[in-house]
Design a protein around this ligand. Structure first.
Ligand code: URA
Length: 246
């Protein structure tokens, strides 16, 4: 990155708008290489300069990666006339940056949702060829047994003809209402609900726990978000193959 204006650089992180950056600078809260700066239009060498806001280092990156604990009742879309979307849960600056969800969760599904403006990474994670594991916690009406586990593991063909890849079903508890951990390697429409339905069970609660190496930070309450750590970002970019053998 060549020299850029300080306000533009800080706004590009998605954490503040340009006017917010100007206010932070006016309030003496922004430092460049340890020196409090008084001008938001100062030209900065983004490759070398160490920027802090309130003493906290700011990472300048080409792309932004956000982990959201998606709550139920919100659509996995950037815009939708029909209701609130996951983008509505993030600061406006992220919307302006063009963040989008990597894949979709149903409106009533909770859990891990990655949002980014890195089209290449999103494409790689969603590519059917990559078979990135997606792990879910599911609560279903009906008892689960070895037959269900074996059917998931064998790769089910749904009544409408959809052929599913082998999936892992770990039964946590079984009864009138059962709980299980499910790992799938693809992301077909309503896939988990349809797989259980083909076994005569109805999903009453679904939460995504992980996608590839990226696990939901359980300290995030539904609706809360944070940017990925550098290690999470690095591991995600190394994602290549499934982690379970079915
Ligand atoms: N499978 C489903 O049925 N729904 C989701 O939201 C994700 C996976």
């Amino acid at each position: 990155m060549p020299n850029e204006r300080l306000d533009k650089l800080l706004a590009s992180t998605g954490r503040w708008s340009r006017s917010e950056v100007k206010r932070l600078v006016r309030e003496g809260r922004v430092a460049v290489d340890g020196r409090i700066t008084a001008s938001a239009d100062e030209k900065i060498d983004a490759e070398r300069a160490a920027l802090t806001v309130d003493g906290e280092a700011v990472r300048l990156r080409e792309f932004v990666y956000v982990m959201l604990h998606k709550p139920a009742g919100v659509l996995s879309a950037t815009e939708d006339g029909r209701g609130k979307t996951v983008l509505d849960l993030l600061p406006e600056a992220y919307k302006k940056r063009g963040l989008f969800p990597v894949g979709r969760l149903d409106k009533d599904t909770e859990g891990l949702l990655l949002l980014t403006d890195d089209g290449q990474l999103a494409h790689d994670l969603l590519s059917p060829k990559k078979h990135v594991d997606k792990r879910y916690f599911a609560r279903v009406d009906g008892a689960l047994d070895e037959g269900d586990r074996a059917a998931f593991a064998a790769g089910m063909t749904l009544p409408d003809g959809l052929a599913c890849m082998p999936a892992e079903l770990e039964i946590v508890s079984s009864g009138v209402r059962s709980e299980a951990l499910v790992t799938i390697r693809e992301g077909k429409f309503h896939q988990i609900k349809r797989m259980f339905s083909a076994r005569g069970k109805t999903v009453v609660y679904l939460k995504r726990l992980s996608m590839g190496p990226l696990a939901l930070d359980e300290s995030l309450a539904p609706g809360a978000w944070r940017e990925l750590t550098e290690a999470e970002e690095r591991n995600l970019k190394l994602t290549d193959c499934p982690s379970f053998s079915a």
